[in-house]
Ligand binder design. Structure first.
Ligand SMILES: Nc1ncnc2c1ncn2[C@@H]1O[C@H](COP(=O)(O)OP(=O)(O)OP(=O)(O)O)[C@@H](O)[C@H]1O
Length: 329
């Protein structure tokens, strides 16, 4: 296993603030540990208020952790060595409206100490990568949100960082804009870039991420490759058997198998939905159906979707999404 690019151990952040109702304590991040490895697109998924932005801000050294420790590319978070190798796209990047894409990149390049020649050649490459070549001298005032966000990606990539951190990269974009940004992320993944992104958009994470952590109320509820997050017990085998009259399922399966029979007849077949935990059970169902001469017209193993996994893990938290909050009096 290569060394992790993002290495987080028991990171915790408690905000304390004063309000009219008294002092408040908010446990925004409560002992999070996670690792992201080279070449991964790692997704931090969670409802609003789960603590995603706070975690990202701690990684970038903008917010100081209350306890715990973390390293980016082997360097302690907050150190200039860590920061210099990270590209960041904030949730709402502000580019001055008088800029064009090219002049904005020139501005950001100068800020990070790049020479004019470096900025020039890198800008050409990046404008092409994010699909803004040909539109690079127009005022950003005319840009759609998706174009604006792609310019943000180019800005984050300017100094060729080893890690790209994206905070809600497609939030507020229409489907076209989302698709455009997703394509850029795909290209970066194909190029081997390590990306750490946070999002509350399930579909987004499902499409672009190789591994995911589900965060709710400041805690990790699950972590792993998307396929492995699905609950094995929620796996269902859908079988359709051809026939005019409904077979005697009890005679076929006996009492050893829990078979749920859907009442609806599907075209010229009957559909069964069977909870299965492993391949042996799937084989057993097929064996029994074939032994009793049933013709199988369709067979499908349906896994729990990421949305179902998410709702199972953070169902009530997704509705009551605010992180642990306590009024201290
Ligand atoms: N500077 C702050 N001071 C006090 N509380 C804060 C501060 N920043 C965030 N919080 C609180 O910490 C909790 C986590 O917020 P955070 O922004 O990290 O969540 P998030 O998952 O990024 O949510 P969203 O998707 O809405 O941006 C929330 O209850 C939020 O109100």
């Amino acid at each position: 296993m290569p060394d992790p690019i993002v290495d987080v151990h028991q990171l915790r952040k408690t905000y304390r603030s004063l309000s009219l109702t008294g002092r408040r304590r908010i446990d925004a991040v409560r002992g999070v540990s996670l690792q992201a490895y080279p070449g991964e697109v790692f997704g931090l998924l969670g409802p609003n208020g789960a603590g995603k932005t706070t975690l990202i801000k701690m990684l970038l050294g903008v917010v100081k952790p209350s306890s715990g420790h973390a390293r980016l590319l082997g360097q302690p978070i907050g150190s200039s060595a860590a920061r210099s190798r990270v590209g960041y796209l904030p949730e709402s990047l502000r580019v001055d409206r008088h800029h064009s894409a090219r002049s904005a990149l020139r501005y950001y390049g100068r800020m990070s100490g790049m020479t004019s020649a470096e900025i020039h050649s890198r800008s050409d490459e990046l404008l092409k990568l994010v699909g803004l070549e040909g539109r690079d001298r127009e005022s950003v005032r005319r840009f759609s949100k998706g174009m604006y966000q792609r310019l943000g990606l180019a800005q984050a990539l300017l100094h060729d960082p080893d890690l790209l951190v994206l905070d809600e990269p497609t939030d507020g974009l229409d489907p076209v804009g989302r698709n455009e940004v997703r394509k850029v992320i795909d290209r970066l993944r194909e190029g081997g870039k390590t990306i750490f992104l946070n999002s509350h958009i399930l579909q987004e994470v499902e499409m672009v991420c190789t591994r995911v952590a589900i965060l709710a109320k400041g805690e990790i509820k699950a972590i792993g490759p998307i396929d492995e997050l699905a609950h094995r017990d929620q796996q269902k085998l859908i079988v359709e058997v051809l026939g005019e009259t409904e077979p005697d399922w009890h005679a076929i399966f006996g009492d050893s198998m829990q078979v749920e029979i859907e009442s609806t007849r599907v075209r010229d077949a009957f559909r069964l939905s069977i909870a299965v935990v492993d391949q042996d059970q799937i084989n057993a169902v097929v064996d029994r159906l074939r032994r009793s001469d049933q013709s199988i017209a369709r067979l499908e193993v349906r896994r729990e979707s990421l949305e179902e996994t998410f709702m199972r893990l953070v169902g009530t938290d997704a509705i009551d999404a605010v992180a642990g909050e306590e009024v201290l009096s």
